[in-house]
Design a protein around this ligand. Structure first.
Ligand code: MRU
Length: 348
């Protein structure tokens, strides 16, 4: 089994997702600068995975700087938090993990910890963020399995699998959970342009697990739903607003509208670290705009005329009215989401 992200004695070790599926190559980020760069370049991607990676990046910064005077260590931690937060704007898990690490640093200092103790505490906090994400994904799998019929064809978009989390996955966690519950599941994976996370990553990780996978072009999802060939859709999320609006990989909104039109349930699977209760609705979610060359020159081959205008938003927002349910580690939220998400988040 691959390891998406882990802390090793030399730094933050990442499976380089840019190289998949041709090669499973690992790289090690030795500084928070290298870690932020790996997030920006999408060596590691997926909302929970980038949160975990940032947490380890902060732990690395603290360990590196533990021999400096306390003020210098605190400044280095603050600097690491700031540069990691600037890596990508949409997935709230990144900011959630950074805030949790910064808060841990403040608390341990306030309790009178010296540098060595503080660095150790941040290592433990980052590992806890990793381990809790893995446990959350498994719980999402158990809850989500109840939504999957005995024999099901499930459509998914992008990659919300083990590669996008500390392991197991959110949307793919639901699929894995259903299979572990004895159900027969076939997956339709949208290829997911322009970076092909469905073709490169979802197809790869499902096939590694021996899960029946059929790769489809993004444009065929609607026709397949209309033809009765999809029982349900399950996707991950980068940020869920308080009212249940969901930001996820570009193209998710189209899938959700087509699902509603064709009477196919559209589910979102995400840990509560993806729910941003401070964000009232999807219009306030910042959407990352990425380099035009991802569209005009996929994988270095130019396919569009020089100078053509390009729009390349990396995410879109699906309004809550298209979402049949949101599967979290604490249970399944249904509309009205403002109440159900708040209740789950508070542990009620
Ligand atoms: O640009 P990416 O590959 O980081 O986008 C990832 C997605 O949109 C995922 O669906 C989302 O982060 C959920 S991952 C469990």
């Amino acid at each position: 089994m691959f390891r998406t992200v882990e802390r090793t004695p030399s730094g933050v070790r990442l499976l380089d997702q840019r190289k998949l599926p041709q090669a499973a190559v690992y790289i090690t980020c030795k500084t928070p600068e290298e870690t932020a760069d790996a997030i920006r370049q999408m060596v590691v991607r997926g909302a929970p995975a980038i949160g975990v990676t940032a947490a380890f990046g902060i732990a690395v910064a603290a360990s590196e700087a533990a021999t400096l005077d306390p003020g210098a260590l605190d400044r280095r931690i603050a600097e690491a938090c700031e540069l990691l937060a600037a890596a990508r704007p949409t997935a709230v898990n990144l900011f959630w993990a950074i805030a949790r690490m910064a808060e841990a640093a403040r608390e341990f200092r306030a309790a009178g910890c010296g540098n060595a103790e503080l660095a150790e505490a941040l290592e433990r906090e980052a590992q806890a963020i990793h381990d809790e994400d893995l446990a959350a994904c498994r719980a999402i799998g158990r809850h989500g399995a109840t939504l999957v019929p005995e024999r099901a064809t499930v459509l998914t978009h992008c990659n919300a699998g083990g590669l996008a989390t500390a392991g197991y996955g959110t949307a793919l966690g639901v699929i894995r959970g259903a299979i572990e519950a004895g159900k027969k599941v076939r997956v339709l994976a949208d290829e997911t342009r322009p970076l092909w996370q469905g073709a490169r990553l979802t197809a790869w990780e499902l096939m590694e697990d021996g899960i029946e996978t059929v790769l489809i072009t993004d444009g065929s999802a609607g026709g397949l739903m209309r033809g009765g060939q999809v029982d349900l859709v399950v996707v991950g999320a980068d940020r869920i607003a308080r009212n249940g609006d969901v930001a996820n990989k570009i193209g998710t909104y189209s899938v959700a509208v087509l699902a509603k039109e064709n009477g196919v349930p559209f589910y979102v699977a995400a840990p509560l670290s993806t729910v941003d209760l401070a964000c009232p609705d999807g219009d306030r979610i910042p959407i990352e705009q990425r380099d035009r060359r991802e569209v005009t020159e996929p994988f270095g081959t130019r396919i569009a005329p020089d100078g053509v205008g390009v729009l390349n938003p990396a995410f879109d927002v699906t309004p809550a009215r298209y979402v049949a349910a949101i599967v979290t580690e604490r249970g399944i939220a249904r509309a009205p989401y403002e109440a159900s998400l708040a209740a789950l988040a508070s542990g009620a």
